[in-house]
Design a protein around this ligand. Structure first.
Ligand code: ADP
Length: 479
């Protein structure tokens, strides 16, 4: 794969001006390649290529033909699974087993949406006598996708595969901190038979290439996954052209544990939900709400499990890898020093492997207890492996605490009581509620997205296809 180029209309393309962005390996903090630093001209080039594809070869394909191409992409990505996983692990720092899971997930996204492409349809509607009325689900046209660095393969998969299945042509601005796997995916999609211009990638900084994409008048729909502050900016820019936006903006997702819960089942899941991807997961289970009777025994169990967690380079494939960047590491340190300053007790932490390179961006998984519900640690997204535990008395307090942040992405409820499972599922304001399990970002088939400041619109599952289409009503008067 060549260095510092965009991928537009199935060709590697240099920026007009050719500045570059260094790419650091989070495991050792050293630069190992560079990206093209795209600007408005590169974005314009990509949007024009997408428009030509939409109005040309790609747009003319039937839904079944599009599905067939997406299957070919899935198969090609599956053949390159290990290489994609290795690239993702190096670029993001995530342990190899996690990167392998992500590389498998993107295959699954293309497979799922390949099968869905020709099952998306409108409806016929009862109306006045003498009329026949029906709806058509049509693609928006050119869709823009701004992707974060935490799960490049997965988030690209869920967004781009669904958009292509619906018949759109895509322009992607991946994150400057991690996007090498996506450049390779775009190249492989071209090899698999995707017509030129159906998928275009422009790399660069958010404030340059990202902003140029968000405000480009040729974009018919925008999907963004990232921080709430950037989501606000994107929405404002998109509003200049009334471009519809799907936003997924993170969370402060609670794991709500009642005293009757099955500890053996929940301990590994609760740990994985905060340690996976070093806690840099929008749907990380970052708050632990525990019914008072179970609080001490559960924290003891969790503390023992936290203290044996090991952190190291992606290639060592331990429990946890480094954070993405020095900036992200500093952000987590700031939260932790605030906790210390405010007297929040540190219950347990894992260990960074002494053999891990000094300059890597490491942070040991950390369990904090008795975090006051109004504290920043209980309300704001740390985006690191930090679990904030607090007790609750009863169901109503559990609901109040669970809903007591601005976010509403995912929640986990742990109880054997069937009635309580259903009451909690309804009372918690979150886009996904898991009962006696938790899938941080899991489930290609499951609609995913937020309430409140976690965003709006749904990705994944069949539901995503509705967001990537617009509805046309056709009324025929025939007497
Ligand atoms: P983080 O601060 O953790 O990198 P962001 O939400 O800023 O998270 O980044 C997510 C994605 O949004 C990245 O692809 C980034 O380049 C892009 N981005 C950041 N700022 C802007 C912006 N002002 N306009 C458009 N895209 C942006």
């Amino acid at each position: 794969m060549p260095e510092a180029l965009h991928f537009i209309a199935n060709r590697w393309v240099a920026s007009d001006k050719s500045p570059t962005i260094p790419v650091l390996d989070p495991s050792d903090g050293q630069p190992f390649t560079k990206l093209a630093r795209g600007d408005a001209a590169d974005i314009h080039h990509a949007v024009s290529a997408a428009r030509s594809a939409f109005e040309g070869d790609w747009g003319r394909l039937s839904a079944a033909e599009r599905g067939r191409i997406l299957y070919q992409i899935a198969n090609t990505l599956a053949q390159h699974h290990e290489a994609l996983a290795q690239l993702e692990a190096r670029d993001t720092g995530k342990p190899l087993k996690q990167a392998r899971a992500d590389a498998a997930a993107i295959v699954r996204y293309f497979e799922f949406y390949a099968g869905a492409a020709d099952k998306l349809h409108g409806e016929s509607l009862p109306y006045q006598n003498g009329y026949t009325v029906f709806t058509l689900r049509e693609p928006h046209g050119v869709t823009g996708h701004i992707i974060p660095w935490n799960y490049p393969l997965q988030i690209f998969g869920r967004s781009v595969a669904a958009s292509l299945a619906a018949g759109n042509a895509c322009v992607v601005k991946p994150a400057e901190d991690a996007c090498l796997s996506l450049l390779r995916v775009a190249e492989l999609a071209a090899e698999a038979g995707l017509p030129p211009g159906a998928l275009n990638l422009v790399t660069g900084y958010g404030a340059e290439a990202g902003a140029a994409l968000a405000r480009h008048p040729g974009i018919d729909h925008l999907s963004f996954t990232g921080s709430p502050a950037t989501g606000t900016l994107i929405t404002q820019m998109a509003a200049e052209h009334h471009t519809p936006v799907t936003l997924e903006l993170g969370g402060k997702s609670p794991q709500i544990v009642f005293a009757d819960a099955d500890f053996d089942a929940l301990v590994p899941v609760v740990i994985n939900a905060i340690v996976q991807n070093a806690g840099q997961t929008c749907s990380a289970g970052s708050r632990l709400l525990v019914q008072r009777d179970a609080y001490e025994p559960l924290l003891e169990r969790l503390a023992a499990a936290f203290s044996v967690l090991r952190v190291g380079p992606a290639s060592a494939d331990l429990d946890c890898g480094p954070l993405i960047s020095a900036r992200q590491q500093q952000r987590v340190w700031d939260f932790l020093s605030e906790a210390q300053h405010d007297g929040i007790p540190l219950m347990a932490h894992g260990e960074v492997d002494p053999a891990a390179p000094e300059a890597g961006f490491y942070q040991a998984p950390t369990l904090l207890r008795d975090v006051p519900p109004e504290h920043r640690l209980a309300r704001e997204e740390v985006f690191g492996p930090v679990l904030a535990a607090m007790p609750f008395a009863d169901e109503s307090e559990a609901v109040r605490l669970a809903n007591g942040t601005l976010y509403g992405l995912v929640a986990g409820v742990w109880t054997r009581d069937g009635g309580r499972q259903l009451r909690m599922a309804r009372a918690v304001r979150a886009g996904q509620v898991f009962i006696n399990n938790y899938g941080a970002g899991g489930g290609v088939e499951l609609p995913f997205g937020g309430m409140k400041h976690s965003g709006h619109g749904r990705e994944k599952g069949f539901e995503a296809l509705y967001g990537f289409t617009t509805l046309k009503t056709i009324a025929i008067r025939h007497g």
